[in-house]
Design a protein around this ligand. Structure first.
Ligand code: UDP
Length: 323
């Protein structure tokens, strides 16, 4: 298939692009490189450097690429930032995303794979979080993604756009070539590995008084290659649907740090800080539906496997993509 990937130069997008190319698909990447990196765009892909906010550019690029399906990774994705700058989140994640949907309507492209998030659930009333739970986001990031999910239903009903919305839990790890490099790094695993590499003195733990066994937040870390598999499986779907995607295991911040100590064999100093606003205590995916309906199976379920792949990449790219 020919796939048009908005945000294909970012962390998750770049690895999905690589994995699709490896499986014989043709890929066009559309990215403004504000978060993404030119060096993260696989050389086998066609590249359009342009902004999703530029409606004409989106329509033109999509017309030229003539894709069978669209994947949409181009979004702002930091919970903390969304609590101080909601405008950025509603503009990038909702308003600009509409340009992508409208370009699909213009060119008659019917298949859409959307990067959604467990942050659409807020603080869920039970765990694990399956698709039946109500969605009550507690930050503008989650709200913006939920708004987009809701728009998708209407584009389906009115324009016949078939979508798969994948609600990611915590994507982590790396492929052999591509990994996680954010210009301002807020994510847990890369920040711990910076300490292991001697680039940072200590990792900050945001909150040690959560109602969890060790007082730190619990997240469901999913290997980026397993996430890429789900996107590729979604390309074969003919019906619209929403899936939560994680491994179903929960790992606390302290457990992730201990795992990084074991994998790297290095000392990792920590500083205990207060809670980061917008962080729910525990987020673990109910992944029964995606396993059953998409036939998805994670290949790397352990936090060790995830951290090991990230550590290999960071050792080989200590300055990330270097831009
Ligand atoms: N976290 C932390 N120190 C850091 C970065 C993150 O304690 O330097 C915590 C954060 O509060 C959350 C968990 O680690 O509980 C995962 O955060 P991350 O930003 O990686 O992903 P998120 O869950 O926000 O998508």
């Amino acid at each position: 298939m020919k796939i048009f990937v908005a945000g294909g130069a970012g962390y998750i997008g770049s690895i999905c692009v690589e994995q699709m190319l490896d499986r014989g698909h043709e890929v066009a990447v559309f990215d403004n490189l504000t978060e993404g990196h030119r060096a993260a765009v696989d050389l086998r892909a066609t590249f359009y450097e342009a902004d999703l906010g530029d409606r004409d550019a989106v329509v033109r690029a999509m017309g030229e690429a003539a894709p069978d399906a669209i994947m949409h990774f181009a979004a702002s994705a930091l919970v903390g930032e969304s609590m101080t700058n909601p405008s950025k989140y509603f503009r990038n994640n909702v308003a600009n995303g509409i340009n992508l949907l409208d370009a699909m309507v213009t060119w008659g492209v019917k298949k859409f794979v959307f990067s959604s998030t467990c942050a659409t659930f807020g603080i869920p009333e039970k765990m694990p979080i399956d698709e039946s739970l109500p969605q009550h986001p507690i930050n503008p990031y989650g709200e913006s993604k939920l708004m987009f999910e809701r728009m998708l239903r209407w584009y389906d009903e009115i324009h016949g756009l078939r979508f798969t919305a994948l609600r990611y839990f915590n994507a982590a790890g790396a492929s052999k070539k591509f990994g996680e490099d954010h210009r301002i790094e807020t994510h847990l695993i890369p920040n711990i590995l910076k300490v292991a590499l001697g680039q940072k003195e200590a990792v900050e733990i945001y909150g040690t008084d959560y109602p969890t066994p060790d007082g730190t937040c619990i997240r469901d870390y999913i290997h980026i290659l397993d996430l890429a598999d789900a996107h590729i499986l979604a390309l074969d779907r003919e019906e619209s649907d929403f899936f939560n995607i994680g491994t179903g295991g929960g790992t606390s911040v302290r457990e992730v740090i201990d795992c990084c100590r074991r994998v790297t064999g290095r000392e990792i100093a920590v500083v205990e800080k207060s809670r980061r606003s917008g962080d729910p205590p525990r987020l673990v995916a109910g992944s029964e539906k995606i396993r059953r309906v998409l036939g998805w199976e994670p290949r790397f379920e352990s936090i060790e496997a995830i951290v090991t792949s990230a550590w290999h990449w960071h050792q080989q790219h200590p300055q990330g993509y270097g831009d």
